[in-house]
Design a protein around this ligand. Structure first.
Ligand code: PHE
Length: 347
């Protein structure tokens, strides 16, 4: 009798020693398993006299139930402890200072791009955007550079390896000048009945591509095109507009601007626009900034306009170049290497 009851305490002690669920189930077998102590007591009943069996059986059952309860208690305790340990391991220390995201900054080229837009908007120019994958007609032919025209070799072109639906080659635009054609044709279409039509006055900044790569050339670079067409827009307006832009862009007045005769198929006459600072580290050097000219009559016709009636100027300038001059950057490639030590200076 006593030894039977002692089993309860013994089991409780054994269960308490089991450190985890697996150890506990092993310990359980010692009491309740097929070869366990309680099971052995049950089997021993068979050899008792019938009058003793009943009492002994009830006693064994009580002990068995007590052991089962002890087992369940220990199971619960182990489970609780495991949960507690897990919670502690996963605890978030809310007193730690937060990890603050680094504050981003605009890329210097983006700053220039936005600056160009803002200055031209302030003098009444619209801002237009268009495709970087361009068709041959819009990039060259409409701009008075027909197939086999020597001027095409002025710009080394990336061709795209698919054919346009109209069967003409596609290419990465070599300049923003195709935006003259796209914008003007759209404008003319919208103004179909108006006479005279409202002026075309737009800039088109964007990415351009040429097979070219060194300290001052990147295969991908940025230009902004300017186009102003009306019944009486002259080269004098070009000079005033571009000179005013440069003074606003560089925030200084001591800038000399020179228009040097040049050639482009889509303008006649054509001029390179050069600029010189009258003070500072670049003082006294002519810097080439843009191509420009009076829009060629053939191009005006391709806009859908009568060149006898409508006239104006166009220019194309490099955003990368202007940015280098504004910040004193001497290697264009720095803009494209994404080195934070460089970029953070502009943030
Ligand atoms: N598209 C010319 C270039 O990229 C620049 C230009 C634009 C010249 C408009 C004249 C008029 O070199």
């Amino acid at each position: 009798m006593n030894s039977l009851h002692a089993l309860i305490d013994q089991a409780r002690a054994d269960f308490a020693r089991a450190a985890d669920a697996a150890a506990l189930e092993n310990t359980k077998a010692r009491y309740l398993g097929k070869a366990g102590l309680i099971t052995a007591e049950m089997k021993a009943l068979a050899s008792l006299a019938p009058e003793d069996k009943r009492a002994r059986g009830a006693e064994i059952n009580a002990v068995k139930q007590a052991i089962e309860r002890a087992l369940q208690d220990r199971r619960d305790a182990i489970e609780q402890a495991a949960l507690q340990a897990q919670l502690e391991a996963q605890a978030i220390d809310v007193t730690l200072p937060g990890r603050v995201a680094d504050r981003g900054g605009l890329h210097p080229l983006t700053r220039s791009w936005m600056r160009v837009e803002q200055i031209f908007r302030s003098i009444g120019f619209d801002v237009a955007d268009g495709p970087e994958i361009e068709d041959d007609w819009t990039n060259f032919t409409a701009l008075n550079s027909p197939q086999n025209h020597p001027a095409r070799s002025m710009q080394d072109t990336f061709y795209v390896d698919v054919d346009d639906v109209h069967g003409q080659p596609l290419l990465l635009r070599t300049h923003t000048s195709p935006m003259q054609v796209r914008y003007a044709r759209m404008h003319v279409q919208r103004q179909a009945a108006a006479s005279p039509m409202s002026p075309i006055k737009v800039i088109a900044p964007g990415r351009t591509y040429r097979v070219d790569s060194d300290a001052t050339h990147s295969p991908m670079f940025h230009q902004f095109e300017g186009l102003w067409i009306d019944t009486d827009v002259s080269m004098a307006d070009l000079k005033g507009t571009f000179t005013g832009f440069l003074k606003a862009f560089f925030e200084r007045d001591d800038i000399l601007v020179r228009f040097r005769p040049s050639y482009f198929p889509f303008t006649e006459p054509s001029a390179e626009i050069d600029m010189m600072f009258e003070s500072g580290p670049l003082k006294g050097r002519w810097l080439e900034l843009a191509g420009s000219g009076q829009v060629h009559p053939t191009v005006v016709r391709n806009f859908g306009l009568d060149p006898e009636r409508y006239i104006g100027f166009a220019f194309g300038s490099g955003i990368d170049r202007l940015t280098m001059l504004r910040y004193g950057v001497t290697d264009l490639r720095l803009f494209y290497e994404n080195d934070l030590r460089f970029l953070q200076q502009f943030a």
